[in-house]
Design a protein. Structure first.
Length: 529
C-alpha cells in the first residue's frame, strides 16, 4: 500500500535551514535515530508507534515523490552519493535523501538462505539470529510494503533470456519468481531512479508516513551526526548527547551545530557511516573490529542479440517514458550456495552500455550503441568473503580499506564463465563482461580465455550498494560490536540497526533483512524502555 506524506505531516519535517534549533535542543527525546533508510525508518516508525517521542536525523534532503523523473543523471545526482574504496578499486553507492537507500534500490525483497543463517549463528555465537526469530518481522515489513510475488505472465524478452539461461545450466529449479516491494508497476524498468510513478515501495511512502502519522516522530534533514558524548555511569558507559552538524541546503556550506539529548540513540546509516560515528565517538576503540566488511559486489554483463530485447518507449505528458517492463521477475539463485553468486535481468541504460564497453574502438563502439535495443544486461552479485576489509578514517571521512580474497576472484571468474556460456547458448552474438579489457567472447571456446585473467578488482568494473558488516552482532566483545539486539557492548544506550550488524554477507538483496532486524531491535527496545 502506497502512503503519502501529506502537507500536514510535512510540518513535522524540518530542514537545517528551517529547524527550530532551540526547541529541538530543549527536548529530552525518548530516542534519536540517525539515518532514514530501511533500518532507520523502520526503527523510528516502530518506536513512534510504541508511543516514544522520536527525532530522526537525515544527512540528505527531502525529495517529494512528484519530483522524480526518468532522467538518469538528474535523478542519480539527487538521490545518491558515490564513494570509492581505498585505492579507487570499487565504487560504493548509497542513498543521499530522506528514505536513504530505499529510493535507489531495485525493490527486490529477498531473504538469506538457511546456509547463511547457520553461518551467522556460528560466527556470532547468537543462536537466535535465525529465520524463525525474524519470521514475524519479515511478515510485518512485507505487509507494510506490499511485498508481491511476480508473475511469469509479466515476462519480457530480457527476463526470458534469464529463464533460458537457467535451463541451459541445468538449474531450472534455481529460478525463482522474484518478490518485490510493489503491488503495482508501470514497467519502466527504472526502479533505481526513485520511480517516477511512485509505485515502488520506499520508506517515504511506507514507514515514514506511518511514523509521522502518530504525531510522535520529528524528522530533521540536511543534518549530519558527527559524534556522541559518552560518559561513565553506574551501569557502564552511556551516551549523553549527539552532536549534529547542520548544513545550508542552498550552498551546502557548513553552518551551526546542534546538540541532541536522548535516552536512547540508534545509528542506522550503513557499514561505513555507522562505523565512522562510533569511531569518532571513541566507542569502537574499546571493541573488536566487529568482523570484516563485505562489499557483496555487483557487475553488469551485456550481450548483443539478433532480435530486439527492449522497447523504445513513448512520450507521455511531454516526457519520455521507457517501456523496459519489470526489470526482474526472476532471480537465478540456483548456484548461490555452491558457487556464491546469483543474477537477474537488469535495467538497461544507454549510459551503462556505453561505459561498460568504452574499451571498444570508436567504430565498434558506435556500431554497438546503434543497436542498443538489441542488447540485454544481467546484474551478477557475489557473496564475497574478503581477505582484508576495515573502515578507516581519512580527514574525518570514512573509507573502506578492502582487498578481495582469492576465493572471491575464483568465484567471479566462474560466474562470468557460466553467464557467458549460457548467454551464447541462448542466442547472444557477443558477450561484454565488466572488465577494463575483457577478452572478445563470441564463441564458447572464447570463454576459456577467462582462465588467464587475474580478476583483481582493480581490473574489473564492479560496484556495491550491499555493503555490510563492520559492527556485527556477537555474543560478547570478542565476537562482535553489538549484542543480539543491536546494543553496542559496554554502552547502555547506543544501538545499531542496519546492515553493519551482519556477521557476513547475506548473499542476496539485504533490505528485507535490514528492516526485519530493525523492527526486532526497536520492539525489544520499546519493551525494555
Amino acid at each position: 500500500m502506497i502512503r503519502e506524506i501529506t502537507a500536514s505531516l510535512e510540518r513535522q519535517i524540518h530542514s537545517a535551514a528551517t529547524a527550530p534549533r532551540r526547541a529541538l535542543e530543549s527536548i529530552m527525546w525518548d530516542a534519536c535515530v540517525v539515518g532514514s533508510g530501511p533500518g532507520g525508518a523502520v526503527t523510528a516508525a516502530t518506536l513512534a508507534q510504541a508511543g516514544w517521542r522520536v527525532l530522526l536525523i537525515e544527512r540528505g534532503a527531502y525529495r517529494r515523490p512528484e519530483d522524480a523523473n526518468f532522467q538518469l543523471f538528474d535523478m542519480a545526482m539527487r538521490l545518491s552519493r558515490l564513494s570509492l574504496t581505498r585505492g579507487a578499486r570499487t565504487t560504493l553507492h548509497a542513498g543521499s535523501t530522506l528514505g536513504g537507500g530505499s529510493l535507489i534500490f531495485g525493490a527486490m525483497a529477498m531473504q538469506p538462505s538457511q546456509t547463511v543463517f547457520d553461518e551467522w549463528a556460528a560466527r556470532s555465537g547468537v543462536p537466535g539470529l535465525n529465520r524463525d526469530v525474524l519470521s514475524p518481522h519479515y511478515s510485518a515489513v512485507g505487509e507494510t510494503l506490499s511485498v508481491t510475488q511476480q508473475s511469469a505472465r509479466a515476462e519480457n524478452r530480457a527476463n526470458a533470456i534469464v529463464r533460458e539461461m537457467a535451463a541451459v545450466l541445468g538449474h531450472q529449479a534455481g529460478l525463482e519468481l522474484a518478490m518485490r516491494y510493489t503491488a503495482g508497476c508501470r514497467g519502466t524498468g527504472l526502479c533505481t531512479l526513485g520511480c517516477g510513478f511512485n509505485l515502488k515501495g520506499t520508506m517515504v511512502n511506507s514507514f515514514l508516513p506511518i511514523g509521522l502519522g502518530t504525531g510522535n516522530l520529528t524528522i530533521l534533514t540536511e543534518c549530519e551526526a558527527t559524534a556522541f558524548d559518552v560518559e561513565s555511569s553506574r551501569t557502564g558507559q552511556q551516551a549523553r548527547a549527539l552532536h549534529v552538524t547542520m548544513t545550508d541546503g542552498t550552498n551546502r556550506a557548513r553552518s551551526s551545530g546542534l546538540r541532541v539529548r536522548a535516552k536512547h540513540f540508534i545509528t542506522s546509516t550503513g557499514s561505513l557511516s555507522s562505523s565512522a560515528l562510533l569511531i569518532r565517538s571513541r566507542v569502537r576503540g574499546r571493541l573488536t573490529q566487529g568482523g570484516r566488511v563485505s562489499l557483496q559486489p555487483h557487475g553488469v554483463i551485456h550481450a548483443l542479440f539478433d532480435e530486439p530485447v527492449t522497447d523504445r518507449g513513448d512520450i507521455e505528458d511531454g516526457r519520455y517514458v521507457p517501456r523496459n517492463g519489470v526489470p526482474a521477475i526472476y532471480n537465478f539463485t540456483g548456484l548461490l550456495d555452491e558457487r556464491r553468486y546469483y543474477w537477474f535481468a537488469s535495467s538497461l541504460h544507454p549510459s551503462s552500455l556505453a561505459t561498460y564497453t568504452a574499451y571498444l574502438s570508436p567504430q565498434a563502439h558506435r556500431s554497438l550503441m546503434s543497436r542498443f535495443h538489441y542488447t540485454s544486461s544481467i546484474t551478477v552479485t557475489l557473496r564475497d568473503d574478503p581477505d582484508r576489509s576495515r573502515v578507516v578514517m581519512r580527514r574525518g571521512t570514512p573509507q573502506l580499506d578492502f582487498c578481495e580474497s582469492e576465493r572471491d576472484r575464483a568465484s567471479l571468474r566462474r560466474c562470468f564463465a557460466d553467464a557467458a556460456r549460457a548467454l551464447l547458448a541462448v542466442g547472444a552474438r557477443r558477450v561484454f563482461l565488466p572488465m577494463l579489457e575483457p577478452p572478445r567472447i563470441q564463441r564458447e571456446c572464447d570463454v576459456a580465455l577467462l582462465e588467464r585473467e587475474p580478476m583483481s578488482y582493480d581490473r574489473l568494473i564492479l560496484y556495491s550498494d550491499h555493503t555490510s558488516g563492520g559492527n556485527c552482532i556477537g555474543a560478547d566483545r570478542r565476537r562482535g560490536v553489538t549484542d543480539a539486539y543491536g546494543r553496542v557492548h559496554g554502552i547502555t544506550n547506543i544501538h545499531v540497526a542496519d546492515a553493519s550488524l551482519f556477521p557476513s554477507a547475506c548473499g542476496v538483496a539485504p533490505s528485507w533483512t535490514i528492516m526485519a532486524l530493525a523492527r526486532m531491535i526497536a520492539l525489544n527496545l520499546a519493551q525494555r524502555g
